[in-house]
Design a protein around this ligand. Structure first.
Ligand code: SF4
Length: 220
């Protein structure tokens, strides 16, 4: 592997998967550095920029670290993974090495070149993020039936916005849908009753890692 095959990495760790259809399973995480968006409620501020937390690692170095975890499930997250050019080749390498691969992406980057074997969890940002106009909704047709769209809901307006988009783009027929509350926003109970009244078939998700280790914990 050449030196050009490298990524800017904020952290690599092994934890319980806190979100997605894989929630609850042991999972290795590769958190890449840098994100072009600035969501108001971003909970990974340490990965938004390539800061002192970030270091360049070759693919070999990342793979060596992953091998120490004895996990066949790996999530590539950020920041925004697809903001780095070498992420697609790295995803292919993970697949070819035998990993089950999850990708968390912010919905603004083009997902067309993500390998088909990768399980994609794509955000569609709602108005409270301040980033909803940056979404690349052309991505919707690229999603597989097994992929997921995550709406992070911070307010009643966000909920209404998400339901409108779900209906407009027939998202229920496209892939799995997840509603995840902003921790400082809408109480979980309120989001639950909104979901029950809406008739939308989406999963209400709590961030399991935060339930276990608390909301400010890093590297979990
Ligand atoms: S897309 Fe993710 S990493 Fe980027 S600002 Fe929004 S929440 Fe933070």
């Amino acid at each position: 592997m050449t030196d050009a095959q490298s990524l800017n990495v904020t952290e690599i760790f092994y934890s319980i998967q806190g979100e997605s259809l894989f929630a609850g399973y042991p999972c290795a995480f590769v958190r890449l550095s840098g994100c072009p968006l600035r969501c108001k409620w971003c909970d990974t501020l340490h990965a938004q920029e390539e800061s002192q937390d970030s270091k360049k690692m070759t693919f070999s170095e990342v793979l060596s670290t992953l091998r120490t975890f004895n996990s066949k499930l790996v999530e590539v997250t950020g920041g925004e993974p697809l903001a780095q050019q070498m992420t697609i080749p790295f995803l292919k390498l993970l697949i070819n090495t035998g990993y089950r691969v999850l990708l968390e992406t912010n919905g603004a980057e083009d997902i067309a070149f993500v390998p088909i074997e990768v399980h994609v969890v794509m955000d569609i940002k709602c108005p409270s993020s301040g980033m909803h106009e940056r979404m690349n909704l052309a991505n919707i047709v690229q999603l597989k039936r097994t992929d997921e769209i995550k709406f992070v809901i911070g307010s009643h307006d966000d909920f209404t916005y998400a339901v409108k988009l779900i209906k407009k783009h027939s998202l229920q027929e496209r892939c799995s849908l997840v509603f995840s509350p902003v921790s400082s926003g809408l109480p979980l109970e309120e989001l639950a009753s909104l979901l029950l009244r809406s008739g939308v078939y989406a999963r209400l998700q709590v961030q399991l890692h935060k339930v276990i280790w608390g909301s400010d914990c890093r590297g979990v």
